[in-house]
Design a binder for this molecule. Sequence first.
Ligand code: CO
Ligand code: CO
Ligand code: CO
Length: 434
Amino acid sequence: MNKIDTQRRKRVMSRSIKLGHCVCNPAQPCPCEQFKKMDICACAGERPASPNGKVELTKTVEKPGCASKIGQKFLKDTLGDLPHYADKNVLVGVAAGDDAGIYDMGNGTALVQTVDVFTPSVDDPYTFGQIAAANSVSDVYAMGGKPLTALSIIGFPVGTIPDNALREILRGGIDKMKEAGVSIIGGHSINDPQTKAGFAVTGIIDTKKIKTNSTAQKGDVLILTKPLGTGIIAFAHQINRASQKSIDASAKSMTTLNKTACELMLKFNANACTDVTGFSLMGHLKEMATTSKLNVEIIWDKLPWLPGVLDYAAAGMLPGAIERNKESSAHKVTTGKDVTETMADMCFDAQTSGGLLIAIDKAKANEFLARLHAKGIADAAIIGHFKTEGSGQIFIKTDNTRKLPEKGNNKKNESCCSSKESSCCGGDSGNGFI
Ligand code: CO
Ligand code: CO
Ligand code: CO
């Protein structure tokens, strides 16, 4: 605790007592509980010492990472009819629902602007800072832009977690932004009970090379550049059931910039691009398919997953964010024979700092994929294609080349529960992969 300044304390407290309200928090009386119990007057600038040592960030928040986003459906219902004023320089605006806004500067160059802020998806503050940066610049890459500057936005619970965590979050952000060639030129922070961090990023783009969501072409192949399952792993970790291997692989994926994938996509002149984040593969693909007026087919067995995700999902570790994403997108999704409910649900997992989802001409797809692999983007995969003109329907089918582990088979669980009186599903579904 810092030193007590008795004069200052007297001055503030006499004011508070006279008013019958604490001047820092008018909802409480003076002397307040903290003063009575701990002899600390927050109004006089006194505060308890911050805790020391290591903090597990994900355990300090309700919803980790992009799962903290407000649901797409709620946003559309609540904000859908807000006015927007026409400006011919706005090439991509709010109405487009794209990854970033684009403003024409009139010389063949346009500004690209985006902001993303979320709660920790990993425990380590430095890694979280890196993820927040990689995730924020990703929206510029998803448009085909070149990010230049960023402003940091931080919410931090001063006094309840070690002070050093704040420093480490920003240090991670600065390092990752440097890797992206981005300068952090300012920022803003608030004292907030739930830690959060993110960046507002500004970039530039050649107006002829803008990659919107809405320009996928019939017959285009769909490529995803990072494995899925960051939401499922974060949830498994919150309930202490994720393996270290899963946690590490997820962190590595989330801290990886989409820079190289973006550069290659521009070189191959892909037709459309978005990044997969909080609204899940289905949510973001739905946007692309709907605005491109095409129906799309996904082969579930081709989807790249982070290690362990199939096991966690099979054991029922599907976080609540999946339900919110289904609310906004499930009406567009149908599944084929042998695609179980769990297999489909996994496709609604909220991703933090996910990969680019790219629509590219079929003739270039294999060479593009080979180049991605050669550049170290090892999990990039062709996951489906745009089949017919339509209203943006997504069809998930399976070629039966990959199965979920037995434990998670829904039918099996149903029958085992109905045949025994105890809650056997919960009992037999886990523990094999702690
Ligand atoms: Co995006
Ligand atoms: Co975003
Ligand atoms: Co400010």
